[in-house]
Design a protein around this ligand. Sequence first.
Ligand code: EPU
Length: 431
Amino acid sequence: MMEKDKFKIQGLGREKFLSGKIKVNGAKNAVLPVLASCVLFEDSFVAKNVPAIEDLNRLNEIFVDLGISMKEINTGEYFVNAENIKSHEIKEEAAKKMRASIIFSGPILARFGKLIFPHPGGCVIGARPIDIFLEAFEEMGAKIELKDEKYFIEVKGAKLKGAEIFLKIPSVTATETLIMAGVLAEGKTVLKNVALEPEVTSLIEWLNQCGAKIKGAGSAFLEIEGGSLLSGKNQIYQTIPDRLETGSFLILGALCASDLEICNCNPKDLEIIIELLKDAGVDMIVSKNSIRVNCKNRKNYKAFNIKTHEYPGFPTDLQSPMTVFLTQAKGEALVFETIFEGRLNYIEDLVNMGADIRMWDSHRVMVKGPRKLKGKELEGPDIRTGFAFVIAALVAENESMIDNVYYIDRGYEEIEKRLSAIGAEIKRIKN
Ligand code: EPU
């Protein structure tokens, strides 16, 4: 693990520009649940276009504990085999490092009728409760006990029962977890007010491709007919392009590229970002699988308000990169983070760099632009803010140092190489 690595970044200021082509990788948040879905399989399957990110190593640690094997057979192509799965316990060490470990809870409980897991960890973006998961498991017939900070969950008769469940918040991982629980439950499970994120739709399509019976993909209501273990014989999952990486590159290009082509992406998954940037005056050409963007109109960018929302609204994951954009746009903008508390805890660093941002409360800030940014020492508290700091450092004059880039490595594959290839001066300093 590259826990203490740093990035040294030379700011481009107003005179230097990025240019060239950058390829978007497979979506972390799509492939993690799909790989975890192997618990529902009697055999194995192959996943392609898998990004080489730190979270994949964390997932593999959980696989090893459970008795699942994962092998890279070609670059970005993994063979996952759950034939010898033996354990129903998610170990504390792995779970603390990755919140997505919670995704295993549904399929493990559905397969074994029992489950032990600790409260999950992950990025530092506020309290992240798991009440929706626990209440739903109870509705499906499970009994839950909390002992020594571990949940011990058991189902009478070892088989989850289909139930009608209303999600009080359309949580992404809760939706994915409960879909997978429903696939092996007895009878029909109805999920209402589910998350609509493209990663959820991709998971549903994958499970259906392998024999699951899930109706309603892309809508807020899902109906799942429970059945037996799935088979992955000759099945290949093709990871969808990462819409959050696409959005991050788009914002970067809008701020510092003379001509950047973002390829292998699906612009349809980030219409809100494209519309807002176009309205602000960003010059871009959107094609089916690529976006070409430049910063030629940068002096005339107009500010706009953002309010984070579940898909297809403004993604919370692009809130911090977009706030960096707003520091360079003319006028006042309100940034309202509605999904997570603690996801504005990077503002002070941007202010130290020269941004004019006033904090209203823990969910709202007012950004006044444009302001010149100066390079500083920074430390990203989560994946997306880590990348937002990379953008800020590139926009700035002088040099910046970003500490603990482990958070960036969790979600962005070899970002320093990919950014260097389009003209950025960014160096990893190993510790
Ligand atoms: N929530 C509850 N109770 C629960 C579950 C969630 O109150 O039982 C709340 C959360 O505290 C939050 C809201 O529901 O306020 C929405 O959170 P959600 O559960 O949708 O987030 P998540 O599933 O934990 C996924 C992504 C995040 C992304 C969010 C929001 C994965 C593995 N993670 O998290 O991605 O920010 O959805 O879209 O899919 C990232 O990639 O960097 C990342 C953090």
